[in-house]
Design a protein. Structure first.
Length: 517
């Protein structure tokens, strides 16, 4: 009887043992650029030992964070060093996620040594961040939401010769995938992922952490707000994964389809609901959401775009009614995803004089650059424009985060279908803006850093439709055929010969670290 009671007690106690996890205890500045951090709840000893590890950041009294590294020096103690603070004493140390665990393998959750609620934000500014646009819109029957196909098909079908994507993803690390009608070069069935599965979010945000990418701007579309209520769950899944891996997070509304006479109340209501449900405007509930000037960032793509009928009044209404800091209306930090020629008018942007008051109300400006230049030389010729944009932003206390993209192609997406017969686009060839084995992407990233921009927006993390994805894309040996009887020239692009499938993630991660120096 006694043994059975002991066994029952042990079983009841085990869940509490499993929940124990290393967590922040205290911090002490030791010298300029040096600090000690102590943890509690450590089983045996912190790991790994014997070398410095990344994932730490340090700030002085000015609150500006710089990359730091840490080394395990005792069972529960870390020495944290930051070269950028060689002349200042640390005021705050934070851990944004990485490989730090205890001896049992339990990870140390992201933390900050700050005591104020708002000081606890892991990302109080976009300055120094490299963020990726994240669509999370690839769906198929039988996935976590089971609402049918989305973005993989074209003309209602996803099969050889007829589809809406330009690249095939590298599927080697996905723990959940689905069979397709496509066949790999080795004769096996080609499989794909669904963006809405928990396993996919986990993998993608782990990649962001592992490669040093700061985080993601989740794209939330006007049409989804109006007619796809289940897409709200996608936001929750992304937030959970971002928090698990200490990644920054911003919600961006794609309003490129906003007409001048349309109501924006549903957008306002959606943001306010997101804040109630997920705490985007509450540092304690969502510490990895990005803020600027003491307010949560809200992205607005399509602001002032040329060829559109949207009006400044619509954006002011959203700015004034969305709830931000302390749940107050209007206490948000707008991010403008605007036309590339926003400041000079014309082309892809509406009249600057009319829209300048809107731009001045924004906390961040990120002009859309995809397709605005198609080679390294053409990009270099944009230098004066970028510098002038930056100067305007500096004069108006606005963060400038220009867009970099790896290449562009949307031939499969732009092929139209009627009765199973394709109509091929005449102005959308495969590989319209070549990637040049990463040289085109790297040129933009390196130049932006040299020109002194505040942050960078990478378009996009997972955009297979328009060929701008930087996540792991299949190489030739693992890319299925996209040819058929009615489309014998159909194909997919693939990671170039001699380039690893993670090449573009590495380039983005290196640029992210460079922004912090």
């Amino acid at each position: 009887m006694t043994n059975r009671i002991l066994l029952l007690s042990l079983i009841l106690f085990l869940p509490f043992i499993a929940q124990a996890q290393p967590r922040f205890d205290r911090f002490e500045a030791e010298n300029t650029g040096r600090a000690r951090v102590w943890m509690t709840g450590v089983s045996d000893k912190l790991q790994p030992q014997g070398r410095y590890i990344d994932g730490f950041e340090m700030a002085g009294d000015d609150g500006i964070f710089y990359a730091a590294s840490a080394k395990v020096v005792a069972t529960d103690e870390l020495l944290v060093l930051c070269d950028a603070l060689c002349e200042a004493e640390p005021a705050i140390v934070r851990y944004v996620g990485g490989e730090l665990t205890d001896a049992t393998g339990l990870p140390v959750e992201p933390f900050t040594s700050a005591t104020s609620v708002f000081d606890q934000l892991l990302y109080p500014s976009y300055r120094g961040l490299l963020m990726c646009g994240y669509q999370a819109w690839f769906q198929l029957p039988g996935d976590a939401l089971n609402t049918g196909w989305s973005h993989y098909p074209n003309g209602g079908a996803f099969r050889p010769g007829q589809c809406g994507i330009e690249f095939w993803p590298d599927m080697a690390e996905y723990t959940k995938s689905y069979p397709t009608e496509f066949t790999n070069p080795d004769g096996t069935v080609a499989r794909i992922f669904s963006s809405v599965d928990d396993e996919t979010f986990d993998l993608h945000f782990r990649w962001m952490r592992d490669y040093g990418i700061d985080g993601a701007l989740l794209q939330r579309f006007k049409s989804s707000v109006e007619s796809r209520p289940w897409t709200r769950q996608i936001v929750g899944k992304a937030i959970e994964a971002a928090r698990r891996y200490g990644r920054a997070f911003i919600l961006e509304y794609d309003l490129s389809g906003l007409g001048g006479e349309q109501s924006v109340q549903q957008i306002i209501d959606d943001w306010n609901w997101m804040c109630e449900q997920y705490g985007l405007n509450d540092p304690e509930r969502c510490p990895n959401y990005v803020w600027e000037n003491g307010r949560p960032v809200v992205g607005f793509f399509g602001l002032g775009l040329g060829g559109k009928t949207c009006k400044p009044e619509q954006y002011f209404e959203m700015f004034n009614k969305m709830r931000g800091r302390d749940n107050q209306e209007g206490a948000i930090a707008p991010l403008a995803g605007c036309g590339y020629y926003w400041r000079t008018s014309g082309g892809d942007a509406l009249d600057f004089a009319e829209w300048e008051p809107v731009y001045k109300r924004c906390a961040i400006i990120s002009p859309w650059a995809v397709g605005r230049y198609s080679s390294q030389d053409a990009f270099t010729q944009k230098r004066q424009q970028v510098i002038a944009d930056l100067r305007w932003c500096q004069a108006n206390n606005v963060v400038y985060a220009p867009v970099a993209f790896p290449g562009f192609s949307w031939h499969n997406l732009k092929t139209s279908w009627s009765g199973g017969v394709p109509q091929f686009p005449t102005n959308a060839p495969y590989d319209a803006i070549p990637r040049e084995k990463g040289a085109f992407f790297k040129k933009q990233l390196d130049s932006y850093r040299t020109w002194g921009v505040d942050g960078i927006f990478v378009a996009m993390f997972d955009e297979l439709d328009e060929g701008t994805a930087i996540f792991k894309l299949a190489d030739a040996a693992h890319t299925p055929s996209n040819a058929s009887d009615v489309n014998p020239d159909g194909r997919f692009l693939y990671t170039e010969d001699g380039i690893p499938t993670d090449h573009y993630l590495r380039l983005a991660g290196e640029a992210a670290q460079g922004l912090k120096k």
